[in-house]
Design a protein around this ligand. Structure first.
Ligand code: ZN
Ligand code: ZN
Length: 548
């Protein structure tokens, strides 16, 4: 009997770019296909996507990409995979609608083969089958996936929480989880994002009361910023607006599109006469209006950030406005968020964050919810995913405390191959996996070399050394000259570098002076070494040879 292989290409040891391959024999499927956001050192990088070489170059029979929900960290890299491999994508109606609208913007309709699956449905392939099981999360219709293999069920929890009062009243299908446990779950891949939070997380529906209170108390306009995918949160803002006599307008194209899609598919129930155009909202009294705005993460081009700089042409902040941050900062974004908050305060706004009022709850399971999932499914092996190494370690500790022995807990890294057979599991060969950095000016990957150069340019600037040469005769015709950009070290270090370059060139043999590469290399190495010795700076040295 062939073994089953589970290979994460993203999402292990990190929060973002979730993408996992499951294989049995020749058959292969992918669960989720997400992106992540760049770190500070990723100069000029817009998004990060998984390295798909294993899927593109592989000789396996890829049967489908199965999506758990429509968050970017689970679907955002589809536009990079689908043009390279022809494969159907399976998703629930809402996930499919949101994915379709994004994909059509990015790659056009022809390459997208989306197949709709309802929560509770099973997709049967040749050897594997995949069942969609409803769970609660911060976006409707999130589904855990039960992948049936010859060695038992491989269960992906997806991003989940166990919310007994979800906004759409659609509960995690706990009954089905216990039935699947009866079949035998060989491996559980569990969300671990909130494993450091003890207890049971609050219900999303708690936000409603906070919104109502804020909408009723504020004397001026209220701007609520949130992720444009947080449909439950939007619903609660609309309900609170209706209850307090406000109307809602929204800013940001992505948010407008999401509201339109969700409204037409009835995932969002907008009370009559509550939703108005931004232009019409300007005619209302300040006490009668609230806005949903993009920019909760301090994104420079989002509406809220532009408003904070007074650059948003459709709307200005005025004293008396209240800005409500209804989102948790993604780690790394805190600086940009607080800078935006400070500018809003300077413009006269009253800013309310999670610290001041319960206006945000997480969509991810806390510790007791994670334990509940384990207890319901009774897996043999367990692997925490959707977490950084610290989350995976804490989850491991939690599993040990629940009685799991060490050999049944796997803290996987991207690129690991976890093999499962009838009586054991082990980590075998590694496959190509890693970050592919995508430039903000298009779908162009940024190499490590370019990134290192950008980093050097950002730190110590650039020195251009121009040199007149006669390559045919192998002669230096003019002494090198230097020009700097963004270099803050002493001029004397540059002078020394020029002297050093002259000495180095004088010491080179005639045939070496006929070789452009050899001259350039001598300039870069000599000048770089002298400048760094003189002032500990490492500007990028660019040789510019002028042939005479
Ligand atoms: Zn996620
Ligand atoms: Zn999610």
């Amino acid at each position: 009997m062939s073994d089953v292989r589970v290979i994460p290409l993203g999402g292990c040891g990190e929060i973002g770019k979730n993408c996992t391959v499951v294989e049995q024999g020749d058959e292969q499927i992918v669960v989720d296909c997400g992106l992540s956001f760049p770190h500070e050192e990723h100069y000029g990088v817009d998004i990060v996507v998984p390295d798909f070489r294993y899927l593109i170059e592989g000789r396996k029979n890829l049967k489908g990409v199965f999506l758990t929900h429509a968050h970017e960290d689970h679907v955002g890299a589809l536009s990079f995979l689908l043009p390279k491999v022809k494969v159907p994508v399976y998703a629930t109606p809402l996930t499919a609608a949101l994915v379709r609208s994004k994909l059509e913007e990015r790659i056009g309709r022809s390459e997208v083969d989306l197949r709709i699956v309802k929560p509770g449905d099973t997709v049967t392939l040749d050897e594997l089958s995949v069942e969609f099981v409803r769970v609660t999360h911060s976006i409707p219709e999130t589904c855990a996936l039960a992948v049936r293999t010859v060695h038992g069920v491989v269960f992906f929890t997806a991003d989940f929480k166990i919310d007994f009062t979800p906004v759409d009243r659609k509960l995690t299908d706990l009954g089905r989880l216990t039935e699947i446990a009866q079949e035998g779950v060989v491996l559980l891949l569990s969300d671990s994002t909130n494993v450091d939070r003890p207890g049971w997380g609050p219900s999303e529906s708690q936000v409603r009361a906070s919104f109502e209170h804020l909408f009723a108390e504020a004397q001026g306009r209220v701007m609520v910023t949130m992720f444009s995918s947080n449909i439950h949160r939007m619903q609660q803002a609309f309900d609170a607006a209706q209850a307090t006599g406000r109307k809602i307008a929204c800013t940001g194209r992505r948010m407008e599109t999401t509201i339109e899609i969700c409204r037409s598919l009835q995932y969002l129930t907008i009370p009559e006469n509550t939703f108005v155009k931004l232009e019409d909202a300007a005619k209302l009294r300040h006490k009668e209006v609230a806005f949903l705005v993009t920019g909760s993460q301090g994104e420079p081009m989002a509406a809220l950030s532009q408003m904070s700089r007074g650059e948003y042409s459709r709307m200005k902040i005025v004293p008396g406005d209240t800005v409500v941050y209804s989102a948790r900062p993604i780690p790394g974004n805190e600086g940009a968020i607080w800078r935006t908050v400070n500018r809003l305060v300077q413009q006269g706004a009253h800013v309310i964050t999670e610290h001041d009022s319960p206006i945000h709850v997480s969509g991810h399971a806390y510790q007791e919810e994670l334990k509940t999932m384990v207890n319901l499914l009774k897996p043999y092996y367990i692997a925490p995913v959707h977490g950084e190494p610290r989350h995976q370690q804490l989850y491991g500790d939690m599993a040990f405390a629940m009685g799991f022995p060490e050999h049944r807990v796997f803290r996987l890294a991207n690129g690991d191959t976890l093999h499962l057979d009838d009586n054991k599991a082990w980590i075998g060969e590694r496959v190509a996996a890693g970050d592919v950095l995508i430039d903000q000016h298009g779908n162009v990957p940024v190499t490590e070399k370019v990134l290192a150069q950008r980093s050097a340019l950002g730190h110590d600037g650039v020195v251009v050394m121009t040199l007149g040469v006669d390559l045919e005769k192998g002669e230096i015709v003019a002494r090198p000259e230097a020009q700097t950009l963004g270099y803050s070290g002493p001029g004397a270090a540059i002078e020394d570098a020029l002297d050093g370059v002259c000495d180095a060139l004088a010491g080179m043999r005639k045939d070496a002076l006929r070789d452009r590469d050899a001259i350039e290399k001598a300039i870069v190495q000599t000048a770089g070494a002298i400048i760094s010795r003189r002032c500990q700076q490492r500007p990028v040295v660019v040789p510019a040879l002028v042939e005479v």
